[in-house]
Design a protein. Sequence first.
Length: 452
Amino acid sequence: MLVEKNKNYTIIIKDIGTNGEGIGAYEGFTIFVPNSVTGDEVEVRIIKVNKKFAVGKIIKIKNFSDIRIPQKCNFATQCGGCQFQHVKYEYQLEWKQNKVKNALYRIGGVQADINPIIGMTDPFYYRNKAQYPIQKINDEIQIGFYANKSHNIINIDKCIIQNEINEDIIAIVREFIIKYDISIYSEKNHSGLIRHLVIRSGYYNKNIMVCLVINGDNLPHQDKFIEMLRKVTQITSIILNFNKNKTNVILSDNFNTIFGADTIQDNIGELTFNLSPISFFQVNPIQTKILYDIVEEYADLKGNETIVDLYCGIGTITLTLAKKAGKVYGIEVVDQAIKDAQQNALQNNIDNVEFITGKAEEINFEAHPDIVVLDPPRKGCELSLIKTLLTMLPPKIIYISCDPATLARDISYLKENYSIEKVQPVDMFPHTNHVETVCLLSRKDPQNCFSS
């Protein structure tokens, strides 16, 4: 073995991997180094070795890369949330552009012209939702985020990608727990009360929801909890979630609103949406408007089209497209999301939509849509859905993806029958290794579709 565990080696980082880790080599043997960047010369200690590669931890940066910058967050190298705070933003964008290009070529087997990625002018404090696990370690209350690949909580009082007002709310919750000696949930023993703090904010409407997840049926001193939180005047909703399950799932389906409304509201363009604690809503409101404008552009609606929006959530894309389409169907497996979508359609005075509860891959499409919109979870589309699409052969597919690898995989199944017309990466998640992509696929000539 060329390298040995617990020994130190000096290497130069030559590239950045798919997950944001630096890649170097010692005498030709690959070493992955988190928190490094192309051009760094680093001394690393090997913490893991297998036959094909090793993983190293930075002991010392001997020479700094030209694209390395000081991190704004004190927890960046500990917390699992950001992978790129030490990298100049313009290089983050370049890396994400290449991530999309490489995935389409290596996994999808296609060479596509990719539009330049759309980044943010001010890539900080952009998130509108945060989920903070809470633990008690050595009699100290930890409220923050999990360390990378761990269930150990990094105690965070400030995060440069979350809404700044979250800092005040965390401080109040911490003060409440200490003042009234409220027990903290232990995952190991399934005992204690407080599990998670969820904060959701409306970017345009400026209202805030606080949801406290508890392992019980009531919150002691609930009236004081409300009183303390109301010092933050933007809070319009305080909710308890009762989660007594032995699970890593944060929220159960049992909620009780103890102050204000059951939902908050926020806008995408001219549309207003109600948001509950479980609503799926893009976390970067500034980039979401840009993303949806691209979807509208790719749809190129004339006014009489039939559209099927799969994985529709609370209807954000469905309703955005309905403004200019003939009829839009929204499909979503979560029943509550469909109810929310119906309410969102009602309050926006949109009546040319129909929302259906069901799995996207199990829907029997009797209609022949002109456009199918795909916005699947990170794992991409089920193969059964791809087969359904290849049976339907809609003239146009608009695929919105949060993982270039699964986007490329799904395109590899579709490419015999569809041409890639446009690809637009959007940086929805600055300082992380994630990138959103909108892809326009157009059906090839039907005679050619079945000849290959």
